[in-house]
Design a protein around this ligand. Structure first.
Ligand code: HSE
Length: 429
């Protein structure tokens, strides 16, 4: 007999929790399988904190673990955040008593996804996390379900809205990273502690999850190579523009015969590419399948309404008894994650050198590159008024990272080079 009511417990009442409560009370009758979803328990750090939504009539739990185990809920929704601590304890508690879990917690899934998937599947209950990646834009179900009939070769995209906002603002307003970040913090677009976002860690959590879904391997956040945007100079944004590129924080995962390479770094993307045109705080993703070919999606990666919509979609999956493995395949048959050494990775590169403006400098730089086996594709020298040196910028043909970094080390030691050369990769997508 189908249920007439699905009792939902929500732990974490921040932006997304509020959005979910609003949605479920506005849509009193969210009932994709006939029975409707009703919130029957909430938990958060503080009960009395002022909130733009009313929780006075909802049963309160001081401890999210108690809410997770409560006999008065059928579905546990975890919106606390953080890879460990109360979020993990509560999710484990819910799964252990056989309750379906819906979470928006990318850190938890990226760092403990394989063990939690094994637990959920051993208990025969779903563990769903559509909202963990790209907020309201459906990337998780697309890879896990719609693309399971293909062999995905690569995924690459803009997975952090804060970084995209900062880079887009630097580009359009000509302001520095520090200026734009402090304005974004004042306006509430960036966190008071922006490390997870600007350090690339949030995007790395998300791409680690997408890699697992795309390639049928266990998520392995520890293997991700991560560089954030805090060292992106306005000068590089402007010089990249002169060369026909925008700088974006690109998170990518590629599968080859050797294994899987997961990386996050600031990347030059051709201005005509759809990823370069995803401005502001948008998220965007390219997926390349062996048979389906290329797919591009773009949309909001955060925000109360969009992210709560993704949580609600997962609640709907529980209510409709959708039954899928947590990742692409059952936890017991996920392939081990074999990391590829990034030093072997081939990519085109953008190099910026600050050099003394004197005869023979360009020859010295290009000779060193030639000796190291790095082939130059384009070259630009752009005097900057009142600057101590002159920036020279070049792009290379595809070259192994190890060859490139060895060449950069040698150039950095030339007496005419005034500061450590700047390396940015050029997107292959
Ligand atoms: N802080 C994230 C972003 C949203 O800026 O995209 C939540 O993952």
């Amino acid at each position: 007999m189908s249920k007439t009511e699905w009792r939902v417990g929500v732990a974490g009442l921040g932006t997304v929790g509020g959005g979910l409560l609003n949605f479920l009370s506005d849509r009193a009758g969210f009932a994709p399988a006939g029975g409707k979803a009703v919130v029957t328990g909430v938990s958060a750090r503080s009960r009395s904190r002022p909130r733009p939504f009313d929780i006075s009539n909802l049963p309160w739990f001081d401890d999210p673990v108690e809410l997770a185990k409560s006999p008065d809920i059928d579905i546990f929704v975890e919106l606390i955040g953080g890879s460990d601590g109360p979020a993990k304890a509560a999710v484990e508690a819910a799964l252990n008593v056989g309750k379906p879990v819906v979470t928006a917690n990318k850190a938890l899934i990226a760092e403990h996804g394989a063990e939690l998937a094994a637990l959920a599947e051993s208990k025969g209950v779903p563990l769903l996390f559509e909202a963990a990646v790209m907020g309201g834009t459906p990337a998780v179900k697309m890879l896990r379900e719609a693309m399971v009939g293909d062999d995905v070769k690569s995924v690459a995209g803009i997975l952090n809205g804060t970084c995209n906002y900062i880079l887009s603002e630097m580009d359009s307003s000509g302001r520095s990273f520090a200026d734009v970040l402090s304005e974004a913090q004042r306006l509430g677009y960036a966190e008071a502690d922006p490390t997870m976002d600007v350090g690339g860690f949030d995007a790395a959590h998300k791409i680690s999850i997408l890699a697992a879904l795309a390639f049928g391997c266990a998520p392995n956040y520890a293997a991700a190579e991560i560089e954030g945007i805090d060292q992106v100079a306005l000068l590089d944004i402007q010089l990249a523009k002169d060369l026909g590129y925008k700088i974006k924080l690109i998170a990518s995962a590629n599968r080859s015969d050797e294994g899987v390479l997961v990386r996050v770094h600031p990347t030059l993307v051709a201005q005509s590419h759809p990823l370069a045109q995803a401005g502001g705080a948008l998220n965007a993703l390219f997926i390349e399948g062996t048979r389906i070919g290329r797919i591009f999606i773009q949309g909001p990666g955060a925000g109360s309404g969009p992210t709560a919509a993704a949580v609600a979609a997962d609640i709907a999956d529980v209510m409709t008894a959708a039954n899928r493995p947590v990742f692409q395949a059952p936890a017991t048959s996920l392939t081990p994650f074999t990391p590829v050494d990034p030093a072997r990775n081939l990519s085109r590169a953008y190099l910026r050198f600050l050099v003394k403006d004197e005869p023979g400098v360009i020859a010295a730089v290009s000779e060193t590159l030639a000796e190291a086996g790095v082939s130059i594709e384009s070259f630009l020298q752009k005097p900057v008024e009142n600057a101590e040196g002159v920036p020279i910028v070049l792009t290379t043909h595809a070259v192994a990272e190890s060859v490139l970094t060895a060449a950069i080390d040698r150039i950095a030691n030339l007496s005419v080079v005034l500061e450590r050369p700047r390396l940015l990769r050029i997107a292959r997508i």
